[in-house]
Design a protein around this ligand. Structure first.
Ligand SMILES: Nc1ncnc2c1ncn2[C@@H]1O[C@H](COP(=O)(O)OP(=O)(O)OP(=O)(O)O)[C@@H](O)[C@H]1O
Ligand SMILES: [Mg+2]
Length: 331
């Protein structure tokens, strides 16, 4: 496996700047998750690394070697696309074998059979191997796409929301499997998701994209606990971080305009200052939607709380994050 480095990479589509001077290193053996809302430049980043797009300026290195002029095949990357792309006239087995049958690889037949079976079992599609790709559900097609990447031995895996069309149980299973596969292979993986749990549990590093700029790159914990801005803070955490005027509680530093409070950093104290608008019971946790001095807040409490809609509580904040007028974090 290999390290991937982007040096000041810019990509324009017409006048639109999709990636703006991005520099980033995906370390060898890491699992890097790219976060950002629609249009932030996540897919563009993957397509540039895979060689499907060329940067307008800047450089991309795989394993220390410049990729300029290399075709996608020569880069030896395996990509799982956001829109899964299977060969419809082929069976699941043939789709999975395809990358291994490349004349360059010369993989022996029994090894192909063994690999295809192993990957199909992990992805829970072993019983569909003889189905045509067109005779599959969306989630099954998505798993075949993942399988086609996994049977190969690329320098890096690029995956664009690979679990998004799966049901909750399968998604949870495959989250664990993918993480195991990555850890066992020591694979380098660059992964796009909108799912908080995937980002927090799978990533060794998180990159936050905002209008094509990489605004933060660090461990999930670092981005969660030490976000550089309100924007970065809002990318991780479910329920989302609460953003309030800085002066609703004492102790704001000079220049602070907003304060951010993670839901788990709002505790209940003795007294009354907030109305419980709604108690939302999720089973493993209960969320309280509160009104505090005309502001809306969300906090989490024990699953079996006796609180009910309409109750009055008092809240005590801890670990506040402060932001300036531009939404940038104050130390
Ligand atoms: N081939 C293209 N031609 C023109 N504009 C493009 C092209 N591909 C991407 N863009 C634009 O570049 C920007 C970034 O697109 P990109 O696909 O990287 O976003 P994304 O972060 O993957 O979003 P999503 O979460 O919706 O998949 C968007 O504004 C998009 O409209
Ligand atoms: Mg995309």
């Amino acid at each position: 496996m290999a390290e991937v480095t982007l040096h000041n990479v810019t990509k324009r589509f017409g006048t639109h700047v999709a990636l703006d001077n991005v520099s980033m290193t995906v370390p060898d053996g890491s699992f890097v998750v790219l976060l950002g809302p629609t249009g932030a430049g996540k897919t563009t980043t993957l397509r540039l690394i895979s060689g499907l797009e060329r940067p307008d300026s800047g450089e991309i290195l795989i394993d220390g070697r410049p990729t300029q002029g290399l075709t996608p095949a020569e880069r030896n990357v395996a990509m799982v696309f956001q829109q899964y792309s299977l060969y419809p006239h082929l069976t699941v087995r043939e789709n999975l074998e395809f990358p291994l049958k490349s004349p360059l690889l010369k993989t022996p037949k029994d090894e192909i059979d063994r690999k295809v079976k192993a990957i199909a079992d992990i992805l829970q599609i072993g019983h569909k191997l003889d189905n045509k790709a067109t005779a599959l559900s969306g989630g099954e097609m998505q798993r075949v796409s993942i399988g086609r990447a996994l049977v190969r031995n690329p320098q890096i895996y690029l995956m664009d929301e690979p679990l998004s069309s799966l049901d909750a149980k399968l998604r949870a299973d495959l989250r664990i499997e993918l993480k195991n596969i990555q850890a066992n292979l020591g694979a380098t993986l660059l992964y796009v998701t909108h799912d908080q749990v995937e980002a927090m549990t799978m990533a060794t590093h998180v990159g936050v994209l905002h209008h094509g700029r990489l605004v933060q790159f660090g461990s999930p914990r670092e981005v969660y606990e030490q976000p550089v801005s309100i924007y970065a803070a809002a990318r991780l955490g479910q329920p989302r971080i609460n953003i309030l005027p800085a002066d609703v509680f004492p102790g704001a530093p000079p220049r602070a305009v907003s304060m951010g409070l993670r839901p788990e950093h709002i505790r209940q104290g003795q007294g009354e200052d907030s109305l419980v608008n709604r108690v939302e019971r999720l089973g493993d946790q209960t969320r309280l939607h509160l009104s505090f001095r005309g502001l809306s807040l969300v906090t989490v409490t024990e699953p079996h709380t006796a609180l009910r809609d309409g109750d009055i509580v008092r809240i005590e904040p801890s670990n506040p994050l402060y932001f300036d007028a531009d939404g940038l974090r104050l130390a």
